[in-house]
Design a binder for this molecule. Sequence first.
Ligand code: DC
Length: 232
Amino acid sequence: MTSSYKPIIVAIDGYSSCGKSTIAKSLAKFAGYTYVDTGAMYRATALYAIRNGWLHQDGINSQALQEHIHEINICFQPCPEGQGQNTYLNGENVEQEIRTLEVANGASKVSSLGFVRQEMVRQQQQMGEKKGIVMDGRDIGTVVFPQAELKLFLTASAEVRARRRYLELQAKGEDCNFNDVLSNVMERDYRDTHRTESPLRKADDAIEIDNSNLTPEKQDEIVKQLFLQKVL
Ligand code: DC
């Protein structure tokens, strides 16, 4: 897709289950920009480690992963059906496989390793070389693109995020308990904000949007206005 707007970098960071990818995809579509889901890159790295037997419930063979880290190449392609995009790991479409709970837990582990972050950040910076990109994650405005022209930091209360996640799981027919979902959201927040390597934090120049009480439509409108103020 080509854009009629001047190409800038939009960095969207925030807590898990905050709706980052929804807003990032919507803005990328509006702007005619490329969308990059950096969480999918950590998930694909975890999948690579699982498949090679280096990552399992009891731990991780970080030495083996480090030796092979440069063999991991991740890219994105639009879905042929025109809805969203697929994640490719060394040329293979792994979009479905990286969305499982096992891979999500693995991604949380590999994303705390410095050498993994270094390689992912290198690939992400390459993807943004020509700008015209909307990238979401935890460290985009602070580490990957500290020079991004527009930085957003999304928040919502833990209860609101847990409620959204709970309804999503129920809609998928999964048996779950609200208090367990809430504990999981709070645990992930703690891990994301307390890890040594690139902990989640708001960049000083990021605009914070608390969407606890915003409809998706209202949030979309706010974000598009902020974008237009930068590009027009
Ligand atoms: O957003 P997500 O659930 O797909 O992210 C998967 C994992 O990767 C999660 O544990 C957070 C981590 N992550 C990260 O550390 N840095 C990023 N830029 C994106 C995701």
